[in-house]
Design a protein around this ligand. Structure first.
Ligand SMILES: *Cc1c(COP(=O)(O)O)cnc(C)c1O
Length: 758
C-alpha cells in the first residue's frame, strides 16, 4: 500500500469504514513508525482518551479440565500454578479495596475451569453482592462458558461485564485447544449480551499463529461488537505444550496492536498478560498505537507490572486516568436522569457555559443543540440574567411565600400577565415543571369539587404526550412511550384519546374530534383535558393542527370540563408564537409554564388560571388552594425570570425562531430521502428527525461530541432545539452534524450483528 493510500485508509477508518482482512494484511507491511502514527490518529479520533485499569483477582485457581496449550492451570500439563477453590468473600473484598486504592476502576473475578458449577455461580453472586456493599467499582466476571440465566444471576448481583477471550483466530483455535470450541465461546459471549452484560474479549498473540490469523481474530472481535479487547502476549510457561514457543518480537507486538486498532477503532484495547517484557520504549509505542486500558494487579499465573509505572507511562502518552478528575466518583455514586447505575452511561464533565457553548473539562467546546433540555432559550449564562441573580442574592435570596411577598414575585407576575392569553388572571408559582402539572391537576379537581361536580376526578389527555415525572404528571404521559407499564396499577388510570392525526400545516380532519366528543358525552367523571398545545415534546416530538385546540376547547366548555395547556416546553417563542395556544387563539382555563421561564438559570414554574376558577376554589371549603412548595416563588428564581422576560420583550425572538426554522429546514430536509429516516419535521426553533430504529445512545453521543455539538436523541427521535441566539453558522454546524452522524448510525446499524456496547 502506498503512502497516499494509507493516508486515505486511515481517514476512511476514522470516518467509519470497516476495513477488510486484505487491507490489513497490506497495511501490515508498512514501516512500523508509519503504521503506529496511523493507528494513533484512529485512536485519537475514535476511541477513549481516558485510560482505565481493571484489576483482576484469580478467584479460583488450577485443576482445569480444559487443555488450552498455553495455560499453567490446565490439569493436562505440568505447568506450575497455585491450586485453590473459590476464594472467600473476605479475601476478595480486600483485594478489591486495594485495587481501588491504587486507582483501578474495574475489578474482575477470574476463575479457572471450563465453567463455574451452578453452586459456584451462586457463591460468586454472593461474593459480588458483598463486594457491592463496600465498593461501587465496576465488577467483571471471567468464569468460563456460562449460560444466559447464569449471567443474569450475576448481573442482578451487580456484575456489569463478562470477560471471555476468544484467545485466537477461529481457524487456529483447534490447534491450541480442543476440549472446547470457539463457537462455545461466542455462544457464551452472546448469552452475556442477552443477559444485559457488556462483553470483554480478546486473545493471546505469539502462540504460533500467523499474522493472517491475528487479523482474523481482530475482525472476528469487531463483528461481535466487542468494546473491550484484552491483548495478551504469550509468556511461555515451562511444562505447557507452548512452553518452548519463541517470544514475539517487540516489532510484531506493536504491529499487531496497530492492526487491532484499525479493525476496532472505537474499542478499548487492553494491555494484559506478557507486557512486562516490553522495553519502556516499546510500551510507549504500544500506547501510541492504541492501547488505552490495561489489566493491573495479579496477572493470573504470570506477574503483572507495577501500576505506578504504568500510570506514569500512560500519562506521558497523553491519556487521562479515569480516577483523576473525579469522574470515577460520579460513575460510582451519582445517579443521572433516566439512567442505570450498572453500566452507567458515560457522562462528561462540564466546567463552563456561555451563549450557545458548553465547555468540557478537557477544553472541548460544544454547540448546544438542546438548550440544556429546552430551557436556555437565550443562550447560557446571559449577562443580564447573571447580573439579576447576583443583585438579588445581595438582598433577598429566599424567604417563605406564606405570609410574605416580595418585588421579584410581583414584578414577574406583572410581566407574565402582559404576555399570556387574556383572561388568565391568577398565578401560582411552583418549583419545577412536573410540580406545576401536579398543581394544575389539583386545581382542576378542587374547582370541580367547588362547583358541585365532586365526581369529576379524572382526566383525559391525548396519546404521545409528556407532562413530567411526578406521580400524576406521569399518569397523563403517553401510556406506551411513558412509564405506565412499569408503575402499573400504582398509577391512576386516565382516559387516553388518539393524538390528532392531522399535521400542523396539513388539512384539518373533523374526525379527529370524534373520540373526545363521544368520551365527554358519555362520561361525567372528567375534570379536565390536559395536553401540550401544537407540539408534543419528549414523548413524540410531533406537531399537530392548531384547529384541534380550538375544537377541543369548545367541547370542553360544552361539557363543563377544564382545558389545561401545558406550555412548559412550548412557551416563550419556541414554536414561533409566544405561546403555542396562540396558534389557535385559545385561552386555556389553566396553563403551565416552566423550562425557559428563567432563561434556563434556575428552576421555576408557574400555573396560571382564570378568576372564575380561582374564585370558585376560594369560595368553597376549605377556602384555599391546597398546595404550597417550600421554595415557592423563590426570589432568586423570580429575579432570573424577570430578567429573562425583560430580555424576551426587548428583542424580536419570534423573528429569531423564524430564522432558525428556515435554517433547520434547509439543513435537515435533505435527510428526508435517506433510507432509515421515517420523517423530518420542523416548526419554529424545533427540528425533528424521526428514524426507523432507536439510536445507540452511547455511541451517538460520542460521535456528536466529536463533531463539536451537543445533541441527545430520545429513542428514535433526534431533535434540535437550539438557543434562539444560535447563529446561522452554528445552526449549519448543528444540522450538518445531525445529517452526518445519523447517516453513520444507520450504516452502522445495518452492518452490525450483536450490539455489544449500548
Ligand atoms: C419538561 C416538561 C415537563 C416537566 O418539567 P420538569 O421541570 O422537568 O419537571 C412537563 N411538561 C412538559 C410539556 C415538559 O416539556
Amino acid at each position: 500500500m502506498s503512502c497516499i493510500d494509507f493516508e486515505k485508509f486511515v481517514t476512511d477508518i476514522i470516518d467509519g469504514y470497516r476495513c477488510t482482512a486484505r487491507e490489513l494484511e497490506s497495511v501490515a507491511k508498512l514501516p512500523l513508525g508509519q503504521l503506529v502514527d496511523g493507528a494513533h490518529r484512529v485512536t485519537q479520533s475514535c476511541s477513549s482518551r481516558t485510560f482505565n485499569f481493571c484489576a483482576i483477582v484469580n478467584a479460583k485457581s488450577g485443576r482445569c479440565s480444559e487443555n488450552c496449550r498455553w495455560c499453567a492451570q490446565s490439569s493436562h500439563y505440568e505447568g506450575k500454578c497455585s491450586v485453590y477453590p473459590l476464594l472467600g468473600k473476605q479475601a476478595i473484598i480486600e483485594n478489591a479495596l486495594k485495587a481501588k486504592a491504587s486507582g483501578c476502576t474495574r475489578f474482575s473475578l477470574v476463575t479457572s475451569g471450563r465453567k463455574l458449577a451452578a453452586r459456584e455461580v451462586r457463591e460468586c453472586a454472593e461474593i459480588v453482592r458483598a463486594l457491592r456493599e463496600v465498593t461501587s467499582m465496576e465488577i467483571c466476571i471471567s468464569a468460563g462458558l456460562l449460560t444466559k440465566s447464569e449471567f443474569e444471576l450475576l448481573h442482578q448481583a451487580g456484575v456489569t461485564r463478562c470477560h471471555c477471550n476468544l484467545e485466537t483466530a477461529p481457524s487456529f483455535f483447534s490447534k491450541v485447544c480442543d476440549s472446547h470450541t470457539i463457537e462455545d465461546k461466542i455462544k457464551s459471549l452472546k448469552a452475556a449480551c442477552e443477559a444485559g452484560l457488556e462483553i470483554c474479549s480478546g486473545g493471546i498473540i505469539g502462540m504460533g499463529e500467523r499474522l493472517k490469523e491475528r487479523i482474523e481474530l481482530a475482525l472476528t472481535l469487531r463483528d461481535l461488537g466487542v468494546p473491550s479487547i484484552p491483548i495478551n502476549v504469550l509468556e511461555p510457561i515451562v511444562g505447557t505444550p507452548l512452553g518452548t514457543q519463541p517470544y514475539l518480537s517487540e516489532d510484531e507486538i506493536i504491529r499487531t496492536i496497530a492492526l487491532f486498532r484499525f479493525a476496532n477503532p472505537e474499542a478499548y484495547l487492553r494491555f494484559a498478560g506478557g507486557r512486562r517484557r516490553l522495553s519502556e520504549q516499546a510500551t510507549r509505542m504500544a500506547l501510541r498505537a492504541g492501547i488505552n486500558s490495561a489489566i493491573a494487579g495479579d496477572m493470573l499465573t504470570t506477574k503483572g507490572t507495577g501500576i505506578d509505572d504504568d500510570k506514569r507511562l500512560v500519562k506521558a502518552a497523553g491519556y487521562r486516568l479515569e480516577n483523576e478528575n473525579s469522574l470515577d466518583f460520579d460513575h460510582e455514586h451519582l445517579w443521572h436522569p433516566y439512567a442505570a447505575t450498572l453500566s452507567a452511561p458515560t457522562v462528561r464533565k462540564v466546567i463552563a457555559t456561555e451563549g450557545t457553548r458548553i465547555t468540557l473539562d478537557d477544553g472541548t467546546q460544544l454547540i448546544d443543540g438542546t438548550s440544556a433540555w429546552w430551557c436556555a432559550a437565550f443562550g447560557h449564562r446571559h449577562p443580564k440574567l447573571v447580573d439579576a441573580i447576583k443583585r438579588q442574592l445581595d438582598t433577598l435570596p429566599h424567604v417563605m411565600f406564606a405570609g410574605f411577598t416580595h418585588d421579584p414575585a410581583i414584578e414577574l407576575g406583572r410581566k407574565l400577565l402582559k404576555m399570556v392569553p387574556a383572561g388568565l388572571q391568577k398565578i401560582f408559582y411552583a418549583d419545577s415543571g412536573s410540580v406545576a402539572v401536579e398543581a394544575a391537576m389539583k386545581m382542576a379537581i378542587q374547582y370541580q369539587c367547588a362547583v358541585g361536580q365532586a365526581q369529576r376526578t379524572n382526566f383525559v389527555t391525548i396519546k404521545k404526550g409528556y407532562h413530567g415525572d411526578t406521580w400524576n404528571a406521569m399518569s397523563v404521559c403517553d401510556p406506551v412511550a411513558g412509564m405506565h407499564s412499569l408503575f402499573g396499577s400504582a398509577l391512576t388510570a386516565r382516559y387516553f384519546i388518539e393524538s390528532p392525526s392531522c399535521t400542523f400545516d396539513g388539512h384539518f380532519n373533523e374526525d379527529d374530534m370524534k373520540e373526545l366528543q363521544s368520551l365527554l358525552q358519555t362520561h361525567d367523571d372528567i375534570a379536565a383535558l390536559i395536553l401540550e398545545p401544537v407540539f408534543q415534546g419528549a414523548s413524540a416530538m410531533r406537531f399537530y393542527h392548531p384547529r384541534f385546540l380550538k375544537e377541543a376547547k369548545t367541547l370542553c366548555e360544552r361539557h363543563g370540563v377544564l382545558f389545561i395547556a401545558d406550555e412548559i416546553a412550548t412557551g416563550f417563542g419556541r414554536t414561533g408564537k409566544d405561546f403555542a395556544c396562540q396558534w389557535a387563539n385559545v385561552t386555556p382555563d389553566i396553563m403551565t409554564l416552566g423550562k425557559a421561564l428563567t432563561g434556563g438559570m434556575m428552576t421555576l414554574s408557574c400555573v396560571l388560571t382564570t378568576n372564575k376558577i380561582a374564585d370558585s376554589i376560594s369560595a368553597a371549603a376549605p377556602h384555599a388552594f391546597m398546595h404550597g412548595p417550600t421554595f415557592m416563588a423563590n426570589p432568586l428564581a423570580c429575579a432570573a425570570a424577570n430578567a429573562a422576560l425583560q430580555l424576551y420583550r426587548e428583542h424580536d425572538w419570534l423573528g429569531e425562531a423564524k430564522r432558525i426554522e428556515h435554517g433547520l429546514k434547509e439543513g435537515l430536509f435533505s435527510l428526508r430521502a435517506h433510507p432509515g429516516i421515517r420523517d423530518v419535521r420542523v416548526l419554529g426553533a424545533i427540528g425533528v428527525v424521526e428514524l426507523d430504529q432507536p439510536v445507540e445512545s452511547r455511541w451517538i453521543q460520542e460521535k456528536f461530541i466529536r463533531q463539536g455539538v451537543w445533541v441527545r436523541p430520545i429513542g428514535n427521535l433526534c431533535y434540535l432545539m437550539p438557543p434562539l441566539v444560535t447563529t446561522n453558522q452554528e445552526l449549519k454546524t448543528l444540522t450538518m452534524a445531525v445529517c452526518r452522524v445519523l447517516q453513520k448510525q444507520i450504516e452502522r446499524q445495518n452492518s452490525r450483528q450483536c450490539n455489544g456496547n449500548d
